[in-house]
Design a protein around this ligand. Structure first.
Ligand code: PMP
Length: 322
């Protein structure tokens, strides 16, 4: 669909995947006025396609739009359009364990205007593609490099929005991580490089001496949908979980005292990604001897089970596409 100031959203359409045309002066190309979401649809043995908390993605998209001075979408309408699109492309939803249909809704500023002000026209597009299993043979721990120089976001910036600039500014650190054999970067706060924020495309949890902790939403990290689902699941199970500041020094102490029980990332892509090793300023911290922890595995099984419809969904998170 397209948006024009004064007119609102218009020209809703479903078309085959194809290139789009943009004016070379389009705002998106110069000032990065764009937001996106990442979600997945799962096909189960019962032949039903399921979405996981899609209304949360639509809500977050509107929060991102607000931060980037972009127009709001009608959340219900967008969700309905998404369901129609999936119904049309149902044969594209893969069925093998771990696979899914990846869905990328995004909005871009299209006005031809070389001035730093909010665009007056936008396009909202949803693209989809089947994706393979994140883990080929069960989940396995990843190595994470703690970034001590560059930062991803600061409170008051755009860290809470899912916008391109956050990812563009992360690429340089990610390149170093790739080169040194680490799968992702762990970002620290932008003021002191002391407190843990999040991983490149995941929120992060630690189990320290039996306590589950995750960095509190502080105005610079993404409000992950998997994160909030994990917190609800843990509470439902009666496992105490605390959202608070977590410093790298605390992680180091816990490691040295043999109390760093588990660490894992959470996100739509991997669902749960156990962390087996962290490197911070040249020091290595191994978590649970580099093996998948019991809690990480339990959370992974529960969440993927709910998403696939094989485990009871006590929260009403799953939306079936008819
Ligand atoms: N943080 C960042 C920076 C991300 O890109 C993502 C992926 N969307 C997440 C956290 C996890 O969010 P979610 O659980 O909603 O996928």
């Amino acid at each position: 669909a397209d948006y024009t100031e004064g007119q609102g959203w218009h020209d809703h359409r479903i078309v085959p995947y194809q290139p789009i045309t943009l004016d070379p002066s389009a705002s998106i190309l110069h000032y990065g006025q764009t937001v996106f979401e990442g979600m997945k649809a799962y096909l189960s043995e019962d032949g039903i396609v399921r979405l996981f908390r899609p209304e949360e993605n639509m809500k977050r998209m509107n929060n991102s739009c607000d931060r980037l001075s972009m127009p709001q979408i009608d959340e219900e309408f967008a969700l309905d359009a998404l369901k129609q699109l999936i119904e049309l492309d149902k044969e594209w939803v893969p069925a093998e364990p771990g696979t899914s249909l990846y869905i990328r809704p995004f909005m871009i500023a299209t006005e031809a205007h070389l001035g730093v002000s909010a665009s007056k026209t936008y396009s909202f597009i949803i693209i989809m593609s089947p994706v393979g299993s994140y883990y080929k043979e069960g989940i396995h721990p990843v190595k994470i490099l703690v970034e001590n120089e560059y930062v991803r976001a600061v409170a008051g910036g755009t860290g809470t929005a899912k916008t391109a600039g956050n990812y563009a500014s992360s690429l340089k650190a990610q390149e170093v991580a790739d080169r040194e054999g680490y799968s992702q970067v762990l970002w620290l706060d932008g003021i002191e490089r002391k407190y843990i924020e999040e991983v490149g495309s995941m929120n992060v949890f630690f189990k320290i001496d039996g306590e589950v902790v995750t960095p509190a939403l502080n105005g610079s990290i993404l409000d992950g949908i998997t994160r909030k689902s994990i917190i609800s699941l843990l509470k439902h199970w009666g496992v105490p979980v605390t959202e608070r500041k977590v410093s790298m020094e605390e992680i180091r102490e816990a490691y040295l005292n043999g109390k760093l029980d588990e660490a894992f990332g959470t996100g739509t892509a991997a669902v749960i990604s156990p962390i087996g090793e962290l490197r911070w300023k040249g020091e290595l911290f191994y978590v649970n001897n580099g093996e998948t922890g019991e809690l990480s595995q339990k959370l992974y099984d529960a969440l993927t089970g709910i998403q696939k419809g094989t485990v009871e969904d006590p929260f009403g998170w799953v939306v079936e596409v008819k």
